[in-house]
Structure formats: structure tokens, C-alpha cells
Design a protein around this ligand. Structure first.
Ligand SMILES: [Fe+2]
Length: 191
């Protein structure tokens, strides 16, 4: 038997136990951290992209920033609806996150797109896992996360379409780091 949680909500949504409400809220807090990090990172890229494709990437990113920011609002409000307290402060995010800060500063469009391919890969994998983990616990949270995935995976494709050859191969294939993907995307463009 698991030890009792110290921070069980005093109420949660009808038909969930307080324990399940707390578990779902914990899963959502991690997604809140991840997507807050993502919309800030996308804005950082919006400001730091340079080179011939500046305007295309600069302008492609703002609707993604807005959409991801709206997702964080929905996640935080779901946490509150479940009877828990969403944590939205920057210090708490940095203390809790398990990934490193985005690695590129001022760089060309193709390098940022290569790195963003890795960023979206990580965010989407974790979001899909959270959707799976809430499937049995809470249909409404599961539906919320699936809804986000429709958009997140579309945005990932917008990024990847820049890295794709006419044969359908990605220039970042086989890379798992932002800097490695940025380098491969740059080399493929030069070659
Ligand atoms: Fe702007």
C-alpha cells in the first residue's frame, strides 16, 4: 500500500478520488512546465533567427507561441479544477525541469529549425506519455492532452518540412541533441 499523500486536494472533480485527482494534477504540472518552457523557447528563436529565411521562420513562430501559451492556460486551469494549485513561477519551473535550456543563441534559420525538431520531439513524446497515463484516470484530461497533440504534431511537421528532402528524408535523422541536429541541418543545406 502506498503512503498517504500529504497534499491531497480537499475536493476534486466528481467521480474521481482525491488520490486520482492529485495524480492527474501532478502529471499536468509536468506538462505545464514543459509547455511554458516551449513557448518561451519559441519566442527566443523568433528573436534570434538570422539569415535569408529570417522572415519566414520569424513569422511562422508567433502563432505557435500563442497556441502553446493557450495550452498552458488550459492545463493550469485543469489543475485548479482538479482541486490542486498550479505552479507557474519561473524559479519553480527551472527547479523542476529535467531537460536543459535551449542551446542556440543567434543562429541561422536552418540551424534553429534543426534544433526545434529535437525540441518538439521531446515535448511530444512526453505529452503522448502523459495522455496515455491519464487514459484510465481521467477522460477529460486525456482529451485535453490529445487536443494539444493535434496542434503540437502539426507544428512539428511545419518545422520538419524545412528539413525534408524531396525523397522524404529528414536532414536531422539520427541526431538526438539540439546542437547535433542544428549542425546536420546546416551541413545538408550547404551540401
Ligand atoms: Fe515579435
Amino acid at each position: 500500500m502506498m503512503a498517504a499523500r500529504k497534499d491531497l486536494p480537499r475536493y476534486t472533480v466528481p467521480s474521481l478520488t482525491p488520490e486520482d485527482g492529485a495524480t492527474v494534477a501532478e502529471i499536468l504540472q509536468e506538462r505545464l512546465n514543459s509547455l511554458t518552457d516551449l513557448h518561451l523557447t519559441l519566442k527566443h528563436v523568433h528573436w534570434n533567427v538570422v539569415g535569408p529565411h529570417f522572415i519566414a521562420v520569424h513569422e511562422m513562430l508567433d502563432p505557435q507561441v500563442d497556441a502553446v501559451r493557450a495550452m498552458t492556460d488550459a492545463i493550469a486551469e485543469r489543475i485548479a479544477t482538479l482541486g490542486a494549485a498550479p505552479v507557474g513561477t519561473p524559479g519553480a519551473l527551472v527547479a523542476a525541469r529535467t531537460w536543459e535550456d535551449y542551446h542556440l543563441g543567434r543562429a541561422t534559420a536552418i540551424e534553429h529549425l534543426g534544433a526545434l525538431d529535437e525540441v518538439y520531439q521531446g515535448v511530444i513524446e512526453a505529452h503522448r506519455k502523459a495522455a496515455k497515463d491519464t487514459e484510465e484516470l481521467d477522460d477529460v484530461t486525456n482529451d485535453l492532452l490529445i487536443g494539444h497533440l493535434h496542434e503540437l504534431e502539426l507544428f512539428h511537421w511545419f518545422v520538419r518540412a524545412h528539413l525534408e528532402s524531396a525523397g522524404g528524408a529528414l536532414s536531422t535523422e539520427g541526431e538526438s541533441t539540439e546542437l547535433g541536429a542544428a549542425r546536420k541541418a546546416r551541413e545538408a543545406k550547404a551540401g
